[in-house]
Ligand binder design. Structure first.
Ligand code: CP
Ligand code: NVA
Length: 303
């Protein structure tokens, strides 16, 4: 992989994404067969969190351990960053102790600045703009279930948020088409829509049925993301009708899979019945966070 960081999938070529997915598959398969991969012996990953996390925190921490290294949980409330120490200074200090940084925060520019001012690899563990690690696990999961990616259709139903942004870029780069169904005021970011539009592989509609038509993969995410808690009531109104349920599933291909980055809000963006019918896929997807991120860590921080 030529890239020094994983800040957003737009920075990676299709070949680089495929390299990550191939290594992730290999690490997953070999580990299940008892092979150890101490590829990051003595290396330390710092993990800065300005937002909550279950999957990202635990999968990165476990991943570093399995690779022979260690991970430090750095809540932004507990480090000086949370008291106003500039990102540029934090980056230069942490670069002298650590071998890599994962950051979960609000502004994409903070992740980019960490990379700009530091001298070690930076991994975006979610910003308001992008969630590249999640989409690597998603692509890995789709490939596991469908054996291929090229030509498949993914329909995303709900908020045009960080997940929608990253799915558009990751899926289209690997040859899929993407349909987003969202209310007019909740579209993905303008630069992503423009990029997707140029590829001819992105459709944006307000109709969940139109988006879901003949889809191979149906995807959704919460209506109110972290940081948007105060908009919850207004969003519940705007997104009524944007639920993945049995009625919507009738429009997809019969063998469609359903993915959700989690955490899920049952009976909001997804019905309990669809969630439970597709729980195997959704929890395989969650597991794949571990394998996909181990591949990223090895490629960015390995010898
Ligand atoms: N999907 C995801 O990133 O989960 P967490 O917020 O629990 O890390
Ligand atoms: N869109 C959600 C994703 C959580 C993994 C959020 O940003 O909160």
């Amino acid at each position: 992989m030529n890239n020094k960081h994983l800040l957003k999938l737009a920075d990676l070529s299709a070949e680089e994404i495929t390299e990550i997915l191939d290594l992730a598959d290999k690490l997953k398969y070999e580990r299940k067969n008892g092979v150890e991969h101490k590829l990051l012996k003595d290396k330390t990953l710092g993990m800065i969190f300005s937002k909550s996390s279950t999957r990202t925190r635990v999968s990165f921490e476990t991943g570093m351990y399995q690779l022979g290294g260690t991970a430090l949980f750095l809540s932004s409330n507990d480090i000086q960053l949370g008291r106003g120490e500039p990102v540029a200074d934090t980056a230069r200090v942490l670069s002298r102790y650590l071998d890599g940084i994962m950051i979960r925060t609000f502004a994409q520019s903070d992740a980019e600045d960490l990379a700009k001012y530091g001298s070690i690899p930076v991994i975006n563990g979610l910003t308001d703009y992008a969630h590249p690690c999640q989409v690597l696990a998603d692509l890995m999961t789709i490939r596991e279930y469908k054996k291929t990616l090229g030509g498949l259709k993914l329909a995303f139903i709900g908020d045009g948020n960080n997940m929608a942004n990253s799915l558009i870029v990751g899926c289209i780069k690997l040859g899929m088409t993407v349909a987003i169904a969202c209310p007019e005021e909740y579209k993905p970011d303008a630069d992503i829509i423009a990029w997707g539009g140029e590829t001819g592989k992105l459709t944006i509609t307000t109709s969940p049925e139109e988006a879901a038509k003949d889809a191979d993969v149906l995807y959704t995410d919460v209506w109110a993301s972290m940081g948007q808690e105060r908009e919850k009531a207004e969003r519940e109104k705007a997104f009524a009708g944007y639920q993945i349920n049995d009625a919507l599933m009738a429009h997809t291909k019969p063998d469609a899979i359903v993915l959700h980055c989690l955490p899920a809000h049952r009976e909001e963006e997804i019905s309990t019945a669809v969630f439970e019918n597709h729980a195997d896929e959704i929890f395989e997807e969650a597991e794949n966070r571990l394998h996909a991120q181990k591949a990223v860590l090895v490629l960015l921080m390995g010898a």
